[in-house]
Design a binder for this molecule. Structure first.
Ligand code: SF4
Length: 388
C-alpha cells in the first residue's frame, strides 16, 4: 500500500507518515510485525540517521539483529540522536566495543538451565525461555546473546520443538509453584500457540501462578487485544511484568493496553533498567514512576544494567543508582518506588543504601530530606531478648 514503510530513501517524515496509515492497519499488531523497520532504507523514512548510527548498523550486520515496530518508531525523535526511545532501538557504536568484564550471560541462565527452556535458579520458581523472538530488539537486552546475537542462543535444541520435556521437569518438581514465561517475548506467539503452552502449565497441579514477562505493552501495545486477555484470563492467576524505561513510552495506546490487561484481572508490574543517557537522572525516573502509577502499573524492579557483551555502554555506576533511589524514596508514594537490584549468578541482590545504621543507643535513622533521629533501643528493641 502507499504510505507504508518502504525500502526507499525518502526523507524522514514521521509526523506526516503515521496519520497516512489507515487505522485498521495501525491498530493491527500483525501489520506492525510485518512492517518492522530493519533496513537503513526503512529507518530513513522515520528518522534522520547520524553517520554513527549508519556505521553501527553496517558494523552490526551479521552480528546483531535489529528491528523496530512502526509504533515504536513513531515515538522516536527524527532529529535527535539522543532521543531515549531511539537509543533503545537503533544500533549504536558502543555495542561493538569490548568492555572489561563483560559476559554474554552474567546472570547464569545457561548455568541454571535444566531443560531446553527451563532455568531453575530459585527453589520455588522457574523461568521458561519460550522464544528468541521480540517485536523490537532492544539494544540493552540482558539476554542479547539469546535474542539479538545472530549466532547466539540459550536453546540447546530448536525453539520450535516439543515442550514435553520442559513441562515434565516442572511437573516432576512439585516445589515449583511459580513459572515465569519469558524469552525473547512470549507474546510473539499467536494466541493459540501461547494457550497451548499456558494450558500445559495449568495442567500441573503444583503450579500456582503463571507470570509473563513481555515488552509488548511498550513496543507494540496493539498486541494486547481483548482476545489475548480473555485467553490469559481463562488460566488465572496470571500476572504480567512489562518494561517501561522512559516516560516517552507511556502513551494513550500503552495505557489502553494496560487497561485491557487490568480489566481482565491481570496485574501489571514494571521492571525498569537503569540506562546511561536514557533514564539516569532523578527527574526522568521520578516522572516515569509517577506516570506508571497514573496508568496503574506498579513499579517493581529497577535493575542495575548488567555488564552484558554489547550492552556495557549503557551501564552507569552503582552510585548513580543510589542517587536515583534517594530521589525516589520518600519523594513519591511508597508503592511507586521500585526495588533497586543487581542481577547476579547468585540471584537478584537488593543494592539500595539503607536508611538506618547501628548506633550505640539503638538505630540512627535518616529520612528522605536527610534529617536524622535515633530510635532508642530501650523503646524499640533491636535484638530479640535472650531466652532463659
Ligand atoms: S523485548 Fe525484552 S527480551 Fe526482547 S530484546 Fe527487548 S528487552 Fe530483550
Amino acid at each position: 500500500m502507499s504510505g507504508t514503510p518502504g525500502e526507499h530513501d525518502a526523507p524522514a517524515d514521521p509526523a506526516g507518515f503515521r496519520p497516512r496509515i489507515p487505522a485498521a492497519e495501525w491498530d493491527d499488531w500483525r501489520w506492525h510485525m510485518r512492517k518492522r523497520i530493519n533496513t537503513l532504507g526503512k529507518a530513513r523514512r522515520w528518522i534522520r540517521l547520524t553517520p554513527d548510527e549508519e556505521k553501527a548498523v553496517a558494523g552490526s550486520a551479521g552480528k546483531y539483529r535489529w528491528s523496530i515496530t512502526p509504533y515504536y518508531a513513531s515515538l522516536m525523535d527524527p532529529d535527535d540522536p539522543t532521543c531515549p526511545v531511539r537509543l533503545q532501538a537503533v544500533p549504536a557504536p558502543g555495542e561493538l566495543t569490548e568492555f572489561p568484564g563483560s559476559e554474554v550471560d552474567p546472570v547464569g541462565d545457561m548455568y541454571y538451565r535444566k531443560t531446553n527452556r527451563v532455568v531453575h535458579k530459585y527453589p520455588d520458581r522457574v523461568i521458561m525461555l519460550i522464544t528468541e523472538a521480540c517485536p523490537v530488539y532492544c539494544r540493552h537486552c540482558t539476554r542479547k546473546f539469546h535474542t539479538t546475537d545472530v549466532s547466539g542462543t540459550y536453546f540447546r535444541d530448536d525453539e520450535g520443538g516439543s515442550f514435553d520435556e520442559d513441562l515434565r521437569y516442572i511437573a516432576d518438581h512439585p516445589e515449583i509453584r511459580d513459572v515465569l514465561l519469558t524469552g525473547g517475548d512470549p507474546l510473539s506467539y499467536q494466541d493459540a500457540r501461547l494457550e497451548e503452552i499456558v494450558s500445559g502449565l495449568r495442567a500441573i497441579p503444583s503450579v500456582e501462578i503463571i507470570r509473563i514477562g513481555s515488552r509488548f505493552p511498550v513496543l507494540l501495545p496493539q498486541r494486547i487485544t481483548d482476545g489475548l486477555c480473555e485467553m490469559l484470563a481463562r488460566h488465572h492467576p496470571v500476572w504480567l511484568n512489562t518494561h517501561f524505561n522512559h516516560p516517552k513510552e507511556i502513551t494513550a495506546e500503552s495505557a489502553a493496553a494496560v487497561d485491557r490487561l487490568l480489566r481482565h484481572g491481570i496485574p501489571v508490574g514494571n521492571q525498569t533498567v537503569l540506562l546511561r543517557g536514557i533514564n539516569d537522572d532523578v527527574t526522568t525516573m521520578r516522572t516515569l514512576m509517577t506516570e506508571l502509577l497514573r496508568i496503574r502499573v506498579r513499579p517493581y524492579y529497577l535493575y542495575h544494567c548488567d555488564n552484558v557483551t554489547g550492552v556495557s555502554h549503557f551501564m552507569t555506576s552503582v552510585e548513580k543508582g543510589w542517587e536515583i533511589m534517594e530521589g525516589l524514596q520518600g519523594h513519591i508514594t511508597g508503592f511507586g518506588v521500585p526495588q533497586y537490584v543487581l542481577t547476579t549468578m547468585i540471584g537478584k541482590i537488593p543494592i539500595a543504601q539503607p536508611y538506618f545504621t547501628p548506633h550505640p543507643d539503638g538505630l540512627l535513622l535518616r529520612n528522605y530530606r536527610g534529617q536524622e533521629m535515633v530510635v532508642d533501643a530501650a523503646a524499640y528493641p533491636i535484638t530479640e531478648p535472650d531466652t532463659p
